[in-house]
Write a new protein. Structure first.
Ligand code: PLP
Length: 437
């Protein structure tokens, strides 16, 4: 109560704006994850890795737009690309432009499993398109997903069942990081399931990394059972220059993961709204609109249409190309994630002797309340987090969030942190000192 009262006192303008918004948006909200009781803090603006709220408080931005904001707020190169697109090209032309193939080529250079790809407008859309492609290619309907998985606003599996999905019966929900279980699930659903859809690290589920064995066993079993392996890299592709898939090396074959389809989104267009789905060229050629051309692998008229007004929007195409070429380059990506690895280890050290622990990969992590990393219990799946967390732990997590905000650290209420490029060791040290305190 004390933490909450102080929060109310410090944020009168946010409270007023929230009370106004309640009259038009349900709960004053249009993005569920951003609601925080008693009311969310309203931000006025962002500069680099700083946010300034409507009551004038400044924060170190450790949310990083839930990983999409890795380039920082108003990055000068991104800003120039936006200005030059709007002044020299104009917004969507209702026609094909050169930037589309250039941006796609840039993406393929980084993620070679995406031999062909198509653009859309969000990670949710990219996953929906990937699923419809897998269903068309196999003639099957069900899809295997995992408890704790999050693939978009209408593709949520955070509580063991399908939430918000269009059809609740389309899903088989497996256990994450259960290598034997997934093999059984895949062989039991041969001829029934079109695809396995999986995150290499469950992001919204608590930043829980998938094991090498688990992910490679999915790749192998899907191939053997006629299913499509879809890897959702909407959040994780920023964790290595070639995405998380490039780092998950099969111990026997010495090869990285090669999903049939990969989905991207979030930061991939430098902060513009974007989704990408791409993969094996035979699969993607189902979209080839030229009926009988040489390179139409299907040798038949396009089976699928993918026509979205904003799929090739000029801002996403131009700014995306610039972002991957000159801002979030492989070098910057490697450096930021190395900093993240250091930071995560330091956080873990601070958690010793408390009921806190930390999970994650590179510059994306999650602080959890409940249990400790010293009790020997590994966190392999969301069930492990739920089993550890008592009501007291949840309250402790809330107090931690109120205190972090009060001290000028913007973190997600659920404890998730995603570092923004340009963030310094000294800034992170400030947060570590706060955690220690
Ligand atoms: N997939 C994953 C792994 C995500 O983390 C998210 C967003 O948080 C999505 C898909 C959905 O992306 P979007 O919010 O752009 O629809």
């Amino acid at each position: 109560h004390e933490a909450e009262n102080r929060y109310r006192q410090n944020h009168p303008n946010s409270q007023n704006l929230h009370e106004k918004a309640i009259g038009i948006l349900p709960g004053g909200n249009t993005r569920s994850v951003l609601h925080t009781d008693p009311f969310p803090i309203y931000m006025d603006r962002g500069e680099g890795n700083r946010l300034i709220d409507v009551d004038g408080h400044e924060y170190l931005d450790l949310v990083g737009e839930m990983t999409a904001g890795v380039c920082g707020h108003s990055n000068p190169i991104i800003r120039d690309a936006i200005i030059s697109t709007t002044t020299k090209t104009g917004l969507n032309l209702g026609a094909t432009t050169a930037a589309e193939a250039s941006f796609a080529e840039k993406i393929r250079n980084r993620f070679p499993s995406m031999e062909r790809m198509r653009f859309c407008n969000s990670g949710t859309e990219a996953n929906l398109y990937a699923l419809s492609l897998a269903r068309q290619a196999t003639g099957l309907n069900k899809v295997i997903v995992f408890n704790g998985g999050y693939h978009g606003g209408v593709l949520m599996f955070l509580h063991g069942v399908a939430e918000n999905t269009v059809d609740k019966n389309d899903w088989v929900v497996g256990t994450y990081n259960d290598e034997e279980g997934v093999q059984r699930l895949i062989s039991d659903n041969k001829g029934i399931a079109a695809a396995v859809l999986v995150e290499g690290m469950q992001g919204a589920g608590g930043c829980i990394p998938g094991s090498v064995k688990f992910l490679h066993s999915i790749q192998k079993a899907t191939k053997e059972n006629g299913m499509i392996f879809i890897m959702d890299e909407v959040m994780t592709s920023r964790l290595a220059p070639g995405g998380l898939q490039s780092t998950i090396i099969d111990p026997q074959g010495n090869a990285p993961l090669k999903p049939d389809i990969t989905t991207l989104g979030k930061y991939i267009a430098g902060g513009m709204t974007i989704g990408v789905f791409g993969g094996r060229k035979e699969l993607l050629s189902l979209y080839d609109p030229r009926p009988f051309s040489e390179s139409n692998v299907q040798k038949q008229p396009a089976q699928m249409s993918h026509s979205g007004t904003f799929n090739n929007n000029t801002l996403a195409m131009h700014v995306g190309l610039v972002a991957l070429s000159a801002v979030y380059t492989p070098e910057v990506c490697t450096k930021l994630n190395a900093l993240g690895d250091w930071f995560r280890q330091e956080l873990l050290d601070r958690c010793r002797g408390t009921r806190m622990t930390v999970t994650g990969v590179g510059a994306v992590c999650n602080i959890h309340f409940g249990g400790s990393h010293e009790d020997g219990l590994e966190i392999l799946r969301i069930e492990d987090l739920n089993a550890r967390r008592s009501i007291d732990d949840s309250v402790l997590g809330d107090i931690f969030w109120f205190r972090a905000v009060q001290k000028g650290f913007w973190i997600a209420r659920r404890g998730m942190l995603a570092l923004t490029m340009g963030t310094t060791r000294a800034e992170l040290q400030g947060f570590l000192d706060f955690v220690e305190d």
